[in-house]
Design a protein around this ligand. Structure first.
Ligand SMILES: Nc1ncnc2c1ncn2[C@@H]1O[C@H](COP(=O)(O)OP(=O)(O)OP(=O)(O)O)[C@@H](O)[C@H]1O
Length: 370
C-alpha cells in the first residue's frame, strides 16, 4: 500500500455499505482515516444520498457492515443496528434543517444536550462554537433571521458541537449564491482542517471536492468507478463522467505505439507510446477549430459539427459531434471569426503533444466509456 493511502487498520470509518432500494443496489466499500476529508461524487441517481442515509442510520444496510471508531453500528449479518441518535455522527443537510422555533444557540446546544450535558454546559459549548464560526452576536436569532451563509455556519457548528467521529456534509454549499459560497467554502475548509474525526462530503460540485477533500470516491450506478487523490483523478480520469467533471475530453481505444484506434476508421496520434487498451485525454483548451482543413503541423484533424455553445469563464465551450464527440474552448474573438452556428461543419485539430495516454487497467473495465 503506498504511503498515505488509507489503511483500514487505522480508519475511523470502516464500512462496506450494501443497500438495496428496489432494483438499485449500492455496493460501496468506504474507509476514512482520522482527519481525512473524502468527497463522494457521482451523477444523479448514482447512490450518494443512499450512502449518506445509510451512514446516518436513516436507511438500514441490506448487507455489509459499518463500524465507526471501533464500534459496530450496523451489521445485518450479526443483527446489529444502531439508531441515528446513538451514532457518533454530525450531519449538515443540504437545506440545513435547523429547528425553526429554536435560537441559533439552542440549535447548536441540541446535540450536546442529547449527549447528556446539562443545559448550562450544553449552552456554553454551543456559545463557544458560535464564536468559532463567527456568529457570537447571532446567538439569539431564530433561523428565519439568518442569511443562507449564516444558517450554514450554524448547521456546521451544530454538527461539530457533538465532537463527531464522522462528519457528514450533504451538498453543504449548494443552497448558497456564488459569492457567499466562496466565503463559506473557505471557512468550511478551515473548520474541516481542525476536525479530528473523519469527514464525508457529498457533492455535485468539482470545485468543492477539489478545495475541500483529500481524496475523491466517485460512484456510478451504485459502484465505485474511480478513487484517489485529486491530482491522480484529475490527471487520469477513467470514465466519461469523471472526465467531464475535471473538464477533459476522454476516449478509450487500443494503442499501437503512437497510434490509438478509437473507433473504426478513427485514430488519434499521441506523443507517448503505449500498447494495448488505453485512455486518451486532452483538455478542451487544446482543441483548435478551423473553418477549413488545417495545413501543416497538427497530427489529429477531423471534420465535426457544432452541437452547442456555452459560456465557460472568459471563453466559450463548443460541443461538437462527428466521428467522436469533443469539447473545445475558444475565445469570443475566435468564435466571432468562425461565425459559430449550430449545425455548422468545422475542422477540429489537436496536437499530439497535447494528448495524455494511460493504460485502461482491468479495474476500469466497467468504466463505461465507449
Ligand atoms: N425510496 C426509493 N425506493 C426505490 N428506489 C429508490 C428510492 N430512493 C432512491 N431510489 C433509487 O436509488 C438510486 C440512488 O438514488 P440516490 O438518491 O441515492 O442517488 P444520488 O446519487 O443521491 O442522486 P442525486 O444526485 O440525484 O441526489 C436511484 O436510482 C433511485 O432511483
Amino acid at each position: 500500500m503506498p504511503p498515505g493511502a488509507p489503511s483500514p487498520g487505522r480508519a475511523v470509518l470502516d464500512a462496506h455499505l450494501v443497500v438495496d432500494r428496489g432494483t438499485f443496489r449500492l455496493d460501496l466499500p468506504l474507509t476514512i482515516r482520522p482527519g481525512e476529508v473524502v468527497a463522494l461524487l457521482g451523477p444523479n441517481g448514482a447512490g450518494k444520498t443512499t450512502a449518506l442515509r445509510a451512514l446516518a442510520g436513516l436507511l438500514p444496510l441490506t448487507d455489509g457492515h459499518l463500524s465507526l471508531a471501533g464500534r459496530h453500528l450496523d451489521h445485518p449479518g450479526r443483527r446489529i443496528w444502531t439508531p441515528t441518535e446513538q451514532r457518533p455522527i454530525g450531519v449538515v443537510f443540504q437545506d440545513y434543517l435547523l429547528f425553526p422555533h429554536l435560537t441559533a444557540l439552542d440549535n447548536v446546544a441540541f446535540g450536546p444536550r442529547r449527549q447528556g450535558l446539562d443545559r448550562q454546559r450544553a449552552r456554553q459549548r454551543a456559545a463557544d462554537w458560535l464564536v468559532r464560526v463567527g456568529l457570537a452576536d447571532h446567538a439569539r436569532r431564530k433561523p428565519r433571521q439568518l442569511s443562507g451563509g449564516q444558517a450554514q455556519r450554524v448547521a456546521l457548528a451544530r454538527a461539530l458541537a457533538v465532537d463527531p467521529a464522522l462528519l457528514l456534509l450533504d451538498e453543504p454549499l449548494a443552497a448558497l449564491d456564488a459569492r457567499t459560497r466562496l466565503d463559506t467554502r473557505a471557512r468550511l475548509q478551515h473548520h474541516l482542517a481542525g476536525h479530528a474525526g473523519a469527514t464525508l462530503l457529498v457533492t455535485h460540485d468539482p470545485i468543492d471536492a477539489v478545495v475541500l477533500a483529500d481524496r475523491l470516491v466517485i460512484i456510478e450506478h451504485g459502484q465505485v468507478v474511480q478513487e484517489g487523490d485529486v491530482a491522480t483523478v484529475t490527471a487520469q480520469p477513467r470514465t466519461d463522467y469523471v472526465a467531464r467533471l475535471v473538464g477533459l475530453n476522454l476516449y478509450r481505444g487500443h494503442a499501437d505505439g503512437h497510434l490509438v484506434l478509437i473507433t473504426d476508421g478513427f485514430t488519434l496520434v499521441t506523443n507517448d507510446r503505449q500498447h494495448g487498451d488505453v485512455f486518451v485525454a486532452f483538455a478542451p483548451s487544446a482543441v483548435a477549430l478551423h473553418p477549413h482543413r488545417p495545413e501543416g503541423s497538427p497530427r489529429n484533424t477531423w471534420p465535426a459539427t457544432v452541437a452547442g455553445v456555452q459560456r465557460h469563464g472568459d471563453n466559450l465551450r463548443v460541443q461538437l459531434d462527428g466521428r467522436v464527440t469533443v469539447a473545445a474552448d475558444i475565445t469570443p474573438a475566435a468564435a466571432a471569426h468562425l461565425r459559430l452556428t449550430p449545425g455548422q461543419t468545422l475542422w477540429v485539430a489537436v496536437k499530439a503533444a497535447e494528448t495524455r495516454v494511460y493504460p485502461a487497467a482491468a479495474a476500469a473495465t466497467n468504466a463505461g466509456v465507449g
